[in-house]
Design a protein around this ligand. Structure first.
Ligand code: GRF
Length: 224
């Protein structure tokens, strides 16, 4: 049996995506276990919710940590201690450095409440409404050192309705986020895939061979 993927979830706030991931695991939809929840905000409701679920959860405050590199070193030490394989950002309000990302190449995911590359950064629902788009949605993507900029794993669209306030659109998008995050991760864990430039491509990398002829599943990564 394939061992369950060891996930760490990094958050700064409410934690509803953490709960959705854990619920998907408990329903048997995701062959994974959450081995650590980290928040840079000690008072984040998501941290309390993680503890209520019995998940290992730690606050690693960025304030007073002695700068970004020192804070990231603390977070990385905690991730390594927990033998983390995948890092899921779920409302984590810190940009990760290239050094941090390089420690988990193509194994850090983020969920963002817009159809990227439209409306990266803060308040994407407000940005979408102000721009006048008719559709928005959510995106799960691999994380690089840019802002909401890594290769896209999957997206769901959500209509913008007349009279929507940012909170209305956010609520409608969040319902989709809760399904999309687990579904995207499930696919990454179950299927072969590789990154070609900006594109994440699912499917075998050896054309014309049956799955049996290709041997066991492996995820290819650029350069290794
Ligand atoms: C979500 O909308 C997510 O897309 C964004 O931050 C929000 C986090 O919500 N990155 P929650 O803390 O998971 O409820």
């Amino acid at each position: 049996m394939t061992p369950r993927a060891r996930l760490a979830v990094l958050l700064s706030g409410r934690g509803s995506n953490l709960l959705a991931l854990q619920a998907a695991i408990e329903r048997g939809e995701l062959s994974a276990e959450i081995v650590l929840v980290v928040s840079n905000e000690p008072e984040a409701p998501g941290l309390a919710r993680a503890r209520e679920l019995g998940l290992p959860a730690v606050a690693i405050p960025h304030q007073g940590a002695g700068g970004r590199a020192a804070h990231e070193a603390q977070v990385l030490a905690a991730l390594e201690e927990a033998r983390t394989e995948w890092v899921c950002l779920a409302g984590y309000m810190r940009l990760l450095s290239a050094e941090f990302v390089g420690r988990y190449p193509q194994r850090i995911l983020n969920i963002h409440p817009s159809l990227l590359p439209a409306f990266p950064g803060l308040e994407p629902q407000r940005q979408a409404l102000e721009h006048g788009v008719r559709l928005s949605g959510c995106t799960v993507h691999l994380v690089d050192a840019g802002l909401d900029s890594g290769p896209i794993v999957d997206q769901r669209s959500v209509p913008v309705l007349a009279g929507d306030q940012p909170s209305d659109l956010a609520r409608r998008i969040l319902e989709q986020e809760h399904q999309l995050y687990a579904a995207a991760l499930r696919r990454l864990l179950a299927e072969e895939w590789k990154v070609e430039g900006r594109r994440l491509v699912f499917g075998p990398d050896v054309e014309g061979q049956s799955p049996a002829a290709r041997g066991p599943r492996r995820n290819s990564t650029e350069g290794g």
